[in-house]
Design a protein around this ligand. Structure first.
Ligand code: ACO
Length: 379
């Protein structure tokens, strides 16, 4: 019998130069750059370029990259026709997963895995994900999709296409911070999924479709939605103590947006997001959601159960407040996560292609042996 690492915890299955997560120190870097610097100085496109090309772009390269994304941002009629037939109450991440799969249907180069073509498809995937997200957010409300503004960046465009309003610089900055923080996180479940699919030499659209399936669960990318729903259930900062006593302590309910497989200290992304969520809340004169989040976090941090297990707020905790303050409904939050993570997924798929070996772990068989065959009529 071999020792089984349930959930592959602590198992190193590949090498990467994309991002480094130090779970004990609470430190995250992309290609060697600290997320604290990236969220202070860069925008999402600069970060995506860094991940994809392994270095920061110069001004010319960044402009080219942004223009290249801009020219690919277009919602062709065949997508709108199909979207109009989708049931409006379907989970939006299921819609996005289906549309990304469809993107492969309409790409004649889908099965060409050469590096140059893959890079082009990577740009395409980064450009289309916000388009699909915003278009569905409007179509399901009975509104017409808004074409992107080619003169603004991805974060500003997402907010504009979603609401139809020009976002404020503070809103764009907050969304850029969020997207940068979501851009990569080593071998998380959805990224691992994408690499497993890519390792079979399957196409990039299949790999991303599979990643979106892994992202959907509330233990991963669905956690921001579940967190915001929990805050809405609490409803008011005054209800936080009774929620903590009755639901968390009394009924053993998990605090959504808390806990992490790798971090055994504060998730560094949560620290940055807390500051931005608080600023947005104060600027909007609506601090209700931030106050609920901060109140619940304070109670958990002082509680022996959470202290002993070293469970802290993760990236989804304050990001749910931040996204809600930007007008993103809870069930769209996992899609905005996907928009950010797209840079990381495509980077890892390209990395997998460069030194590919089929990912094929093994399982310890613990079932019965030597069973005697019983004929169908005798069972
Ligand atoms: N609230 C209360 N208790 C918790 C929480 C939480 N949020 N998270 C973990 N615990 C407890 C578990 O019940 C378990 O207790 P036990 O030792 O008494 O059995 C212990 O902490 C260890 O938890 P596991 O679930 O075994 O840890 P694992 O590494 O497998 O799971 C996970 C991590 C899935 C993230 C978990 O913490 C969780 O479900 N959190 C809530 C959902 C969430 O926020 N997910 C987003 C993660 S970040 C991301 O993917 C983007």
């Amino acid at each position: 019998m071999h020792e089984v690492a349930k959930g592959l915890a602590g198992i190193i299955v590949t090498e990467t130069t994309a991002s480094m997560v130090d779970g004990s120190a609470g430190h995250l870097t992309y290609r060697g750059y600290a997320i604290e610097d990236l969220t202070t100085y860069a925008n999402y496109e600069e970060t995506a370029y860094l991940l994809l090309h392994q270095r920061l772009p110069n001004l010319h390269e960044l402009t080219d990259f942004q223009q290249s994304l801009g020219t690919q941002m277009a919602l062709e009629p065949h997508f709108v026709e199909v979207m109009q037939r989708f049931p409006k109450n379907c989970h939006p991440l299921t819609i996005l997963r289906t549309l990304i799969s469809m993107l492969g249907v309409y790409d004649p180069t889908a099965d060409d895995n050469s590096l140059e073509t893959e890079l082009h498809k990577a740009y395409r995937l980064i450009a289309y994900t916000p388009i699909f997200t915003a278009a569905w957010s409007r179509l399901r409300r009975g509104l017409t999709p808004i074409p992107p503004d080619k003169n603004v960046g991805l974060a500003a465009n997402l907010l504009y296409m979603h609401t139809g309003l020009i976002p404020t610089p503070a809103e764009v900055a907050a969304l850029n911070v969020y997207l940068i923080l979501m851009a990569d996180h080593s071998l998380n479940p959805s990224t691992f999924t994408s690499r497993v699919v890519a390792s079979t030499d399957s196409d990039i659209y299949s790999a991303i479709t599979a990643a979106l399936g892994a992202l959907k669960g509330p233990k991963h990318g669905g956690a921001n939605e579940a967190t915001m729903e929990m805050f809405m259930e609490i409803g008011n900062p005054e209800n936080v103590p009774s929620f903590f006593t009755e639901q968390v302590k009394g009924k053993g309910r998990k605090i959504m947006g808390f806990g992490h497989r790798v971090y055994r200290t504060t998730d560094p992304r949560s620290v940055i997001l807390r500051t931005h969520a608080e600023t947005l809340a104060k600027n909007s004169d609506n601090t209700r959601w931030f106050d609920i989040a901060a109140g619940l976090e304070n109670l958990a941090l002082a509680d022996p159960y959470f202290m002993e297990r070293r469970i802290y707020a993760n990236v989804d905790y304050y990001s749910s407040v931040l996204l809600y303050m930007l007008g993103i409904e809870p069930d769209l939050m996992p899609l905005v996560f996907a928009i950010g993570r797209m840079a990381g997924w495509v980077t890892h798929i390209l990395e997998q292609r460069l030194e590919n070996r089929l990912i094929h772990p093994e399982a310890q068989y613990i079932g019965e042996n030597d069973r005697v065959w019983v004929k169908l009529e005798d069972r």
